[in-house]
Design a binder for this molecule. Structure first.
Ligand code: NAD
Ligand code: DAU
Length: 337
């Protein structure tokens, strides 16, 4: 049995990964270490909390003693590091938390992986480390890192540390760099769930700038299967871009959501742009597709329909989030925009 320490497994992608592994792979133990920040939510894993192959531990990846203890107690052989502060807008209003979780946290895990001679350390990174594209071209694994936001700078710093631990101490690592994920359990601060939530409540949809910024969307389950394939097939030291080949301008996505929910376009409201807003991301995922025997299972049209259906069927999950501190966040972020 392979024994994983999954960090950030109560967040959006982490919980989808835990669900996929426990549902589809009986020979895997997951110890899920999550601090339960505003973005961590045990409701995401309600039906798996008592699963015999899943142990949840509330804690911080910066806590070296706890990390050591968890690894020893459960004889962990592989770390998959999802834990991070993940929202670009929050990194602009408060960058410090991003350095702590994304840089110091990754460093702490790397030291444990090195000292305990782990079989593999997988760092879940992002395409944002490459910076922004013009109208043409795609990010490959050779694209130089050129992060533009405090969030992406902290993720790039973590990627450099991972590589340096491989180079200096022989830590066996992989880095995955994924494009924008969407799907069930995404916190409604990110574009797609925020727009679904606002449209359901007949609230304005705040579009930054001209709304023609382009993201390359990947259904979260397909990201999770790609990570699983990395764990099965990737040689140490390899980096993989993961993307769905679904480039869409933000307004295109928002219009689609409004159409599906039968809501008027008059809800769209252009607001002040995000400072330093990256214009376009697009991923060349051919290395992952060719070397990992992986491909996305759904088109964007199928994925967005599944996602909207999920949010419609899980209004309580959304309302539990939106009724709490989220109200204050939403006010401070959008009130005077
Ligand atoms: P998320 O914000 O939904 O979840 C992050 C999780 O990490 C939460 O459960 C939170 O409680 C936990 N966490 C934060 N700081 C922690 C700490 N110090 N110790 C332990 N746990 C901590 O994020 P997400 O969207 O699921 O992203 C997961 C990872 O994937 C991140 O590393 C992110 O950079 C990367 N990523 C995200 C996307 C995307 O589109 N969402 C795309 C590419 C890469
Ligand atoms: O590319 C991968 C990255 O995708 C991940 O590394 C990040 O963790 C994840 O948050 C995401 O970053 P983005 O900044 O691209 O995602 P976000 O959902 O915040 O924004 C998507 C686009 O929508 C972006 O162009 C900004 C725009 N936007 C966003 C919000 C929240 C709006 O126009 N209005 C909004 O209210």
């Amino acid at each position: 049995m392979r024994r994983f320490l999954v960090t950030g497994g109560a967040g959006f992608i982490g919980s989808n990964f835990v669900r996929m592994v426990l549902s589809e792979h009986a020979d895997a133990l997951i110890v899920n270490l999550d601090k339960l920040t505003y973005a961590g939510n045990l409701e995401n894993l309600a039906e798996f909390l008592e699963h015999q192959n899943h142990k949840f531990v509330r804690g911080d990846i910066c806590d070296a003693a706890l990390v050591d203890q968890v690894i020893d107690e459960h004889q962990i052989d592989t770390i998959v590091n999802f834990a991070a502060e993940s929202h670009v807008d929050r990194s602009i209003t408060g960058p410090k938390a991003f350095i702590e979780a994304n840089v110091t946290g990754t460093l702490t895990l790397l030291e444990a992986a090195r000292d305990k001679d782990m079989e593999r350390f997988v760092q879940i990174s992002t395409d944002e480390v490459y910076g922004s594209l013009g109208p043409e071209g795609k990010f490959t694994e050779q694209t130089p890192l050129s992060p533009n936001s405090p969030y992406s700078a902290s993720k790039a710093a973590a990627d450099h540390l991972v590589r340096a631990f491989g180079h200096t101490w022989g830590v066996k690592y992989n880095i995955t760099r994924c494009s924008n994920n969407y799907g069930p359990y995404q916190f409604p601060e990110k574009l797609i769930p925020l727009m679904i939530n606002n449209a359901l409540g007949d609230k304005d949809l705040p579009v930054y700038g001209d709304g023609l910024y382009v993201r390359d969307w990947l259904y979260v389950y397909d990201h999770c299967t790609a990570i699983w394939q990395v764990l099965q097939k990737a040689p140490p030291g390899e980096i993989y871009n993961i993307g769905g080949c679904n480039e869409k301008a933000n307004l295109e996505v928002i219009n689609l959501i409004l159409d599906r929910l039968d809501k008027p376009k008059s809800l769209i409201k252009h607001v002040a742009d995000r400072p330093g807003h990256d214009r376009r991301y697009a991923i060349d995922a051919s290395k992952a597709i060719n070397e990992l025997d992986w491909k996305p299972s759904v088109s964007f049209e199928q994925g967005i329909n599944k996602t909207i259906d999920w949010y419609l069927q899980n209004r309580e999950w959304l309302e539990n989030i939106v009724s709490g501190d989220y109200q204050k966040y939403y006010q401070s972020m959008y009130e005077n925009r």
